[in-house]
Design a protein around this ligand. Structure first.
Ligand code: EPU
Length: 295
């Protein structure tokens, strides 16, 4: 792949994740458009490397050692666009979710107000079926464009995806574009709702600290944050990793936390909740392993 078109310099993932931890992948590629993405996938095939995708780097817990995989970073300007066709919007997978919320607010388009303050990209939001306040990205999604592992561009309608709690059912593909259907609404109403959701999020979540978002899934009928809170773990620390005082299902990085610190803290949270409530918490963040265990 021509070097001048795709960055290949080593990059520690702690610089690309919102939690700020994570080691170096075997290969880092930042394609500028769909064609280069297909070339990047071909390069991975040639080298026999498994690959993973990163967008805004939220919802990710990456271990600290060398990662035996390639990382494809889908966030170049070529994946960062928003076009309106009436109330139907076409957006690059690298577009920030917050940019979609702001665009809709300016144009009086309802349905994305709850995205206000949600970190990450639209590609990541679809891949992880992002949700908040009873809403999910799958409600507004109509189609996705993607590149499959063989480098072929494909379009899938919403019904061809298999959405569940923080999952979209797609594997081994890279999203390149999403299409969402919004509802025309009075701009003042959209602006008010967007501000309300942003305020609720800012009041209940540690938005100004480095974090990966919620660490654990909510167990059926319960809230992981409430269980962790009731174990008295807010403020509990391992190194620079700390259970947020604002929301106990968030681990924040106070500056120099390592992935090992975060993992030890998470183990402590899981063990305490198991012991006290008999509930086994499951990770909600994607956990990328380093070293031989990742193979
Ligand atoms: N609670 C506590 N202590 C805490 C945190 C929460 O007692 O430290 C209580 C709250 O008082 C509330 C209940 O637990 O009664 C639920 O809390 P909250 O409304 O904050 O929602 P959540 O269930 O903890 C979920 C999603 C969030 C999403 C919010 C808002 C999961 C795991 N979490 O959190 O998503 O932003 O609802 O809708 O599904 C994420 O995906 O990363 C994420 C943060």
């Amino acid at each position: 792949m021509p070097r001048e078109r795709t960055q290949q310099t080593p990059v520690a993932l702690r610089r690309l994740t919102t939690l700020g931890v994570g080691g170096e992948p075997a290969l880092y590629l930042r394609p500028s458009n769909g064609e280069q993405l297909a070339e990047a996938l071909a390069e991975c095939r040639r080298r026999g490397l498994r690959w993973r995708v990163i967008g805004g780097g939220s919802n990710l817990l990456v271990e600290g050692g060398p990662l035996p995989c390639a990382v494809l970073h889908v966030q170049s300007p070529g994946f960062h666009f928003l076009r309106a066709d009436g109330a139907r919007l076409h957006a690059g997978a690298g577009t920030a979710t917050a940019a979609l919320a702001a665009f809709c607010r300016r144009r009086g388009l309802g349905g994305a107000e709850w995205l206000a303050g949600l970190p990450g990209t639209l590609g990541g939001a679809v891949a992880g079926n992002a949700g908040a306040w009873g809403h999910h990205i799958s409600e507004i999604l109509t189609r996705v464009r993607l590149i499959d592992a063989e480098g072929r561009a494909r379009t899938l309608s919403r019904d061809e995806l298999d959405f569940s709690y923080r999952r979209c059912g797609l594997r081994g593909v890279v999203l390149t574009e999403v299409e969402v259907q919004m509802q025309p609404r009075p701009p003042a109403q959209v602006a008010r709702r967007t501000a309300d959701y942003a305020r609720r999020r800012a009041e209940s979540q540690p938005l100004s600290s480095a974090s990966a978002g919620c660490i654990f899934k909510n167990p059926p009928g319960e809230c992981a944050g409430r269980l962790i809170d009731r174990c008295g773990l807010k403020g509990c620390r391992v190194g620079d990793a700390e259970v947020s005082g604002r929301h106990a299902n968030f681990v924040i990085n106070r500056g120099r936390a390592t992935a090992a610190d975060v993992l030890r803290l998470i183990d402590r949270m899981r063990n305490k909740v198991l012991k006290r409530f008999g509930v086994e918490l499951e990770l909600e963040v994607r956990h990328w392993l380093a070293g031989p265990r990742a193979a």
